[in-house]
Ligand binder design. Structure first.
Ligand SMILES: Nc1ncnc2c1ncn2[C@@H]1O[C@H](COP(=O)(O)OP(=O)(O)O)[C@@H](O)[C@H]1O
Ligand SMILES: O=c1ccn([C@H]2C[C@H](O)[C@@H](COP(=O)(O)O)O2)c(=O)[nH]1
Length: 269
């Protein structure tokens, strides 16, 4: 049985090389998949060039796809590999921040609560990207990029986010990506039809998501396709491995196994 997989290369948005480029470059290079060293703010001392250059210490892979496309299931599969660390989306935080549920609030009234949820998503995704690494390969569910390019964009384009909220979120996002290096080596895109996701969403039955109509998943799908396939919307921060993901679980696991080598070789792309 042949399985169709497309590898689309992309120019990296951030150079992986870590040379001394002054404080701004240092701040950027030290984040994410780089070994963290004491910052000027913490230590009050400027790092010496030799011995303090940040060392790249893990391969970072983001698994992208529509809601209920199978990202968590994919990550669960790879979590059994000892050299791979998986980071799922911090959805428990989005459902409970100091007793509040911004995810539920956003679905109830996106115009009012969209910015609240997306501000918190942006913070928690940044925290995920920058957290200390625990294995040579890290697979992370979604990214700060899809939070902005897919979900914020969808709210704004559908008229469910006021222009001022979109502007503030965009300013934050632009500042973060201009000042902090967020290394991504590979994007694994689980490409599904919105209908498949709708079926899986109903089967999963997450309380907050009961209100999601098929049209919402169609909009998210279009934004993903514009971003990662047609490349007509936003910069793509890494090469993209497209895995068709409408298949049953058994066939999906087979595809994951077939792609294991490509995924683990992400740093060589
Ligand atoms: N290939 C598949 N075929 C059928 N159901 C699937 C498949 N992959 C995942 N599921 C089920 O679909 C639902 C959503 O999957 P999940 O991995 O949670 O998606 P995501 O993390 O992308 O939202 C879950 O109930 C899961 O068990
Ligand atoms: O930036 C974001 C990211 C996610 N969400 C929503 C969409 C879904 O309801 C959940 C994530 O579920 P998955 O099953 O992992 O896709 O969170 C959002 O609104 N904004």
């Amino acid at each position: 049985m042949s399985v169709c997989v497309t590898l689309v290369s992309a120019r990296r948005a951030v150079a992986p090389a870590c040379l001394w480029t002054g404080w701004s470059g240092w701040r950027k290079a030290c984040a994410g998949g780089f070994r963290l060293v004491p910052s000027r703010a913490r230590s009050g001392t400027r790092p010496r060039a030799a011995g303090h250059l940040p060392v790249r210490c893990c391969v970072q892979i983001c698994v992208e796809g529509n809601i209920a496309s199978g990202k968590t299931t994919c990550l669960e599969y790879f979590s059994k590999t000892s050299s791979i660390e998986v980071l799922t989306e911090p959805i428990s935080k989005w459902r409970d921040v100091r007793g509040h549920n911004p995810l539920a609030l956003m679905y109830q009234d996106p115009l009012r609560w969209g910015i609240t949820l997306q501000t918190y998503v942006q913070l928690t995704m940044l925290d995920r990207h920058l957290s200390a690494v625990a294995a040579p390969v890290r697979m992370m569910e979604r990214s700060i990029f899809s939070a902005k390019y897919i979900f914020v964009e969808n709210l704004f384009r559908s008229g469910k986010m006021p222009e001022v909220d979109y502007a503030v979120l965009s300013e934050w996002f632009d500042w973060i990506t201009a000042n902090i290096c967020i290394p991504v080596d590979l994007i694994v895109y689980l490409q599904t039809s919105p209908q498949t996701c709708h079926e899986r969403l109903k089967q999963r039955c997450r309380e907050e998501e009961k209100v999601i109509p098929l049209e919402y998943l169609e909009s998210i799908h279009q934004l993903y396709e514009e971003w990662l396939i047609r490349r007509t919307s936003w910069p793509v921060p890494a090469p993209v491995l497209v895995i068709p993901a409408d298949h049953n679980l058994q066939r999906m696991l087979h595809q994951y196994e077939e792609n294991r080598a490509k995924i683990l070789a992400a740093s060589c792309l």
